[in-house]
Design a protein around this ligand. Structure first.
Ligand code: KG4
Ligand code: ZN
Length: 371
């Protein structure tokens, strides 16, 4: 990662700030190119409690934001005054966590006379593959993260239409809750992925939830319960509490059925995502590509299944590399740059949007931009 050549700087150096959950992340993007990124994960702190503790998350963001900015600027050999756009995740997320990021971003934008752009965290996830390949619009977007399982049509980089959403647990939440049942550490999605690679899929072991309807919504809570019931009936598969995941991966055959349960649950989630995505594609026939993004897009079986869906539909597939699937600052900076280029920005009235609420499209338009 390097500093942009001075003659390449056309006043669009964009800083992205992400504090919506338990990662404090920042990145600098210039014309779609990632210059530098930093991330401080709080996963170890929250793992002690088996899930994110909001008050601790806010304090950790507040503690980390300043030092991370210094590190980022040092890495990119950029002075604060070089920043033209300050993009910040404004929700949905944990309110206290978002507020730390928003206050920091507003102060920076004011102090540096930079443009402030509030970014919908979900929108940023969907645009993330654009850091590595050109996105083709219109696109069908499947966002699968810890808090959301949403299907969208993206008419262009800044125009999104929601087609379907999770009615209860999101896919990532189901992964994390099943992982907890299996005594895997939080967040357990990636351990289920890894253990599942060692196991055998039993396609009929768990149901594909909420598919016998015509809609594009999701519901994963019944699947989570089905796994819990199965595990209760087969307790020999449970590792001892606190067993290190690396040990578990090396000694998986000591826990009969554990790897097969992970493989079969993972299969049920991926197959459900496939069924609803194919249904959405039958409705949105004008799309040219399929975007799959969010933390669960790092899952190997989900990637494999979605590769098949795109191939069958003759669509270009855009999935971020695993490091851009989970929360990161680069996706916020890049989405901020796309919005800024479309003439959209905010002023200091920008508000944080908590989990469960829809992020409004309340951008101000640069002079001369049509509404
Ligand atoms: O997008 P993300 O980082 O945060 C939210 O916006 O929610 O997603 C985090 C979620 C967690 O539930 C985590 O367990 C899940 O993504 N995840 C995975 C994998 N890597 C992360 N789930 C399944 N397989 C993975 N490899
Ligand atoms: Zn996220």
């Amino acid at each position: 990662m390097s500093r942009p050549a001075d003659n390449d700087r056309r006043h669009e150096l964009c800083l992205g700030i992400e504090t919506s959950c338990d990662e404090t992340a920042m990145a600098l993007v210039h014309h779609g190119r990632l210059l530098a990124e930093v991330i401080a994960s709080q996963a170890d702190v929250h793992a002690l409690f088996g899930g994110v503790v909001p008050e601790i998350a806010s304090r950790e963001h507040y503690r980390m934001l300043g030092p991370l900015l210094d590190t980022l600027l040092g890495q990119a050999h950029v002075a604060p005054g070089d920043i033209d756009v300050v993009a910040v995740a404004r929700g949905p997320g944990l309110l206290g966590s978002l507020l730390t990021g928003l206050c920091f971003a507003k102060g920076l934008a004011l102090g540096l006379n930079a443009t402030l752009v509030g970014v919908d965290h979900l929108h940023a996830h969907l645009l993330a593959p654009g850091l590595e390949q050109e996105l083709l619009f219109p696109a069908l977007g499947l966002l699968v993260s810890g808090g959301h399982t949403h299907l969208y049509v993206l008419e262009d980089a800044v125009t999104l239409r929601l087609l379907g959403r999770t009615l209860d647990d999101a896919a990532g939440e189901a992964f994390d809750k099943v992982a907890r049942t299996l005594r895997l550490p939080y967040p357990g999605g990636r351990y289920i992925d890894e253990l599942g690679q060692l196991g055998r899929v039993m396609p009929e072991l768990f149901p594909r939830p909420y598919i016998d309807n015509q809609n594009l919504d999701f519901s994963f809570s019944g699947l989570k319960t089905a796994v819990a019931t199965y595990v209760n009936a087969h307790p020999a598969m449970l590792p001892p509490p606190g067993c290190a995941p690396q040990t578990l991966l090396q000694e998986a055959d000591r826990y009969p059925g554990l790897a097969d349960t992970c493989a079969s649950f993972n299969y049920a989630v991926a197959d459900t995502l496939r069924i609803k995505t194919e249904r959405a594609l039958r409705q949105a026939r004008h799309v040219r590509s399929l975007i799959v993004a969010g933390g669960v897009a790092a899952n190997r079986r989900v990637r494999e299944v979605m590769t098949g869906v795109a191939r069958e539909a003759s669509l270009t597939l855009s999935m971020p590399s695993p490091r851009f699937c989970t929360d990161n600052g680069a996706m916020i900076a890049w989405a901020g740059e796309c919005l800024f280029r479309a003439g959209l920005h905010h002023d200091c009235a920008l508000d944080a949007i908590p989990r469960g609420q829809t992020v409004p499209f309340d951008y101000l338009r640069a002079a001369g931009q049509a509404s």
